[in-house]
Ligand binder design. Structure first.
Ligand code: ADP
Ligand code: MG
Length: 347
């Protein structure tokens, strides 16, 4: 497959409001990159411009260093999979998968061998003679994946391909996509609004906010070092302590209210401390720094753990604790924020 480079992409649908601003990134050959963000942030617009289905307002799309910005969609040789399967209902599975090859004028024998190979790889051989309506949603989505792959695309673009499937099937399909991607060494750009899904299968993740890229990094780096409060919130850091520069004691210490906090990160240019609910510890003794007294105002059973909302002098915190017995509403407890899990964010 190929590598993709997007340079300073911008898009306005009405000539006034920019729904994409200065989108620049690259995807390496054989890499699976996800675009993650809430509805309306510009994921589909980005993907459609790369696919050639939509004109950019400015910017460039390069594939293997060649500028394809003005190349029409049918000459791009990209595979595409959407949320809706968009199969031809009157064609059987073999014919659906063969369609793109027919359009490209391949011989009957070539078509037969390529389609059979891809049906085999995607586990669809036994359905070749069936019609889309005879298949489950998951199987139909696999057909649309097979159809995208059979043309041997330079790049595979997927826009929320799993959104129409139930939770269990989503898990299975995402593993399958990752397995195929690694087996065939595909370059994939995968759009989703599901954080777990994209962290599970991606080499790198791009988090979009209102038409811009907020952070682009490996899932591990984003998880442990979110760059902004927006990213942190999006990936489950439910606790935030805002501060200003007057409250910074030194580069790793901040005093908010009566409490001193030590953070693993540099605080001098930061504005907010954050920690994940499962990293806050409920401790017996208030040892002073990084510890705050609070009262449980709600409790929730999550299966492996309990989740509490806790009221403190610095506002409410969300805490997740694994323990045999649920703590009760009204109980007073000390929360400790271990410095190694307390991150300082500058935006
Ligand atoms: N055809 C269109 N005409 C005008 N505005 C559009 C059109 N398509 C999308 N938008 C707007 O562009 C923004 C980004 O949309 P989209 O790329 O579909 O976001 P996402 O896929 O992240 O949900 C949204 O504000 C949306 O309303
Ligand atoms: Mg979309």
């Amino acid at each position: 497959m190929a590598n993709l480079e997007v340079k300073k992409l911008a898009k306005s649908y009405d000539g006034k409001n920019k729904v994409l601003q200065d989108i620049s990134f690259s995807v390496n050959n054989g890499e699976l990159v996800s675009i993650l963000g809430p509805s309306g942030c510009g994921k589909t617009t980005t993907l459609r411009i790369i696919a050639g289905l939509l004109d950019e307002t400015s910017g460039q799309v390069l594939v293997d260093q060649a500028d394809v910005t003005k190349t029409p969609v049918y000459k791009r040789n990209f595979g595409m999979v959407f949320q809706s399967y968009a199969l031809f209902p009157h064609l059987n599975i073999f014919e659906n998968v063969a369609f793109g090859l027919k359009m490209r004028g391949l011989s009957k024998t070539e078509i037969k061998s390529k389609v059979e190979e891809i049906l085999e790889i995607t586990g669809l051989s036994e359905f070749a003679q069936k019609y889309p309506a005879q298949l489950s949603g998951g199987q139909q989505q696999r057909v649309s994946l097979a159809r995208a792959l059979v043309i041997n695309p330079q790049l595979l673009l997927m826009d929320e391909p799993l959104s129409n499937l139930d939770a269990k099937l989503r898990l299975k399909m995402r593993e399958e996509i990752r397995r195929l991607q690694q087996k065939l060494k595909m370059t994939v750009l995968f759009v989703t609004h599901d954080q777990q899904e994209c962290f599970a299968i991606s080499d790198r993740v791009m988090i979009m906010k209102e038409g811009r890229i907020d952070q682009y990094d490996t899932p591990q780096n984003i998880f442990h070092h979110p760059r902004t409060e927006y990213v942190a919130r999006f990936i489950g850091y439910d606790n935030f302590i805002h501060f200003d520069q007057a409250q910074v004691i030194d580069n790793h210490h901040v005093k908010v209210g009566n409490i001193s906090f030590e953070s693993i990160d540099e605080c001098e240019k930061a504005k907010v401390l954050t920690i994940r609910p499962e990293n806050i510890e409920i401790v017996d003794q208030n040892k002073g720094d990084n510890t705050i007294l609070g009262t449980i105002i709600s409790n929730e059973y999550l299966g492996q753990s309990f989740k509490y909302r806790i009221k403190t002098e610095l506002g409410e915190f969300q805490v997740e604790e694994s323990r045999k017995k649920m703590r009760l509403v009204g109980e007073q407890i000390n929360l400790e924020f271990p410095a190694k899990h307390l991150h300082a964010l500058s935006e």
